[in-house]
Design a protein around this ligand. Structure first.
Ligand code: DOR
Ligand code: ZN
Ligand code: ZN
Length: 353
């Protein structure tokens, strides 16, 4: 089989860590990892230090992208218990509002119902509200989206019961979208035991039955997104290891392996990693942008080849098929044969259309 050309992947769930977490990753190292994984556009999460929750923090990061990023980056604005109006004012420039309904990494967590009502009332209906909502929280978020007529995007769905909920919600005619991560598609709680802190993330790796449910009901899933959430070795080996795993560089080889095994079609892969993200988040076209993939190359995933600053992967040692040979962004070769060829400034800060 000859080299394949795919559209640049769009990853709608990434933590680039800047500002405040540059020891884990920054705009340049994270976007280098993106290009190595065939990702030419990514949407970055607001749980930084400080978090992106107002015009000042948003503008600062937006300007940094133009100076430091190697691929295109869009920004979510984070919900706090007091910023509903400020967040809504940023809606023309933010790709979505992010609400954390469960405890995870970082300072953002929504606990107050009055504040939740304000966000669901004030946020414009054409833009997605993305939620970190596990189990019962997911049902609560769906209920609010229904009441207020807002577009809800469910981050990292990981369990069979959540898939049943999504089937019911979509069946009722709601405009609801969702994503799954490669780690929930390819790993289970058995891997979490083997990996220790390097296999811990929120939501956690689930049972074999949960993982099978994700594959069986792939028709309900709109996007595959990495939830690339790097932490350093020192942090992972410390007293209280933070949850999160990197994933930008391993997503495409893992998914292509599934294609080669007949568990996914090439067409569906492109839908889940390009067309649907673009449509759901109203993202701009990247002209003359593509990924060249050699579908025959077999490899073993290894930290040796990674560009992410954290330099480890929960998929270490896994056999995969399919290798990114070259990535072209706006006509320029930005990655080729294992090397990043882009300079900071090649990436653009993007706004929804
Ligand atoms: O495991 C996770 N890590 N889940 C999240 O929701 C946040 C993320 C992070 O920022 O590290
Ligand atoms: Zn999350
Ligand atoms: Zn996340």
């Amino acid at each position: 089989m000859a080299i394949l050309r795919l559209p640049g992947l769009i990853d709608v769930h990434v933590h680039l860590r800047e500002p405040g977490g540059e020891q884990k990753e920054d705009l340049t190292s994270g976007s280098a990892a993106a290009l190595a994984g065939g990702v030419t556009m990514l949407l970055d999460m607001p749980n930084t230090h400080p978090p992106l929750v107002d015009a000042q923090t948003f503008d600062h990061k937006f300007a940094l992208i133009g100076r430091k990023a190697l691929c295109d980056v869009g920004l979510y604005v984070g919900a706090t218990e007091t910023n509903a109006l400020q967040a809504a004012a940023l809606a023309p420039r933010a790709v979505g509002l992010k609400i954390y309904l469960d405890q995870t990494y970082g300072p953002l967590r929504m606990r107050d119902l009055t504040a939740m009502l304000s966000h669901f009332r004030d946020w414009p209906e054409e833009r997605p509200i993305a939620v970190h909502a596990e189990g019962l929280s997911m049902a609560m978020a769906i209920g609010l989206a229904r009441i207020f007529g807002k577009r809800l995007h469910l981050c990292h769905v990981s369990r069979a019961d959540e898939m049943a909920l999504i089937r019911a919600a979509k069946g009722s005619g709601m405009q609801l979208t969702c994503e799954v991560t490669p780690h929930h598609l390819f790993l289970t709680e058995a891997d979490a035991r083997r990996l220790g802190p390097y296999g811990s993330m929120k939501p956690p790796l689930a049972s074999e039955a949960d993982r099978n449910a994700l594959w069986r009901h792939l028709d309900l899933i709109d996007c595959i997104a990495t939830d690339h959430a790097p932490h350093t070795h020192a942090e992972k080996r410390g007293e209280e290891p933070p949850p999160g795993v990197p994933g930008l560089e391993t997503m495409l080889p893992l998914l292509w392996t599934a294609v080669s095994e007949g568990r996914l079609t090439e067409e569906r892969l492109v839908e889940l990693t390009h067309h649907n993200p673009k449509r759901i988040f109203h993202l701009p076209i990247q002209p003359e942008t593509w990924v060249e993939l050699d579908p025959r190359v077999q490899a073993v995933l290894s930290e040796e080849t990674l560009h992410t600053r954290c330099h480890w992967t929960p998929f270490e040692g896994m056999r995969v098929r399919g290798q990114v040979r070259r990535v072209v962004l706006r006509g320029q070769t930005v990655f080729e044969d294992g090397r990043v060829r882009a300079e900071p400034g090649v990436g653009r800060a993007i706004q929804p259309e």
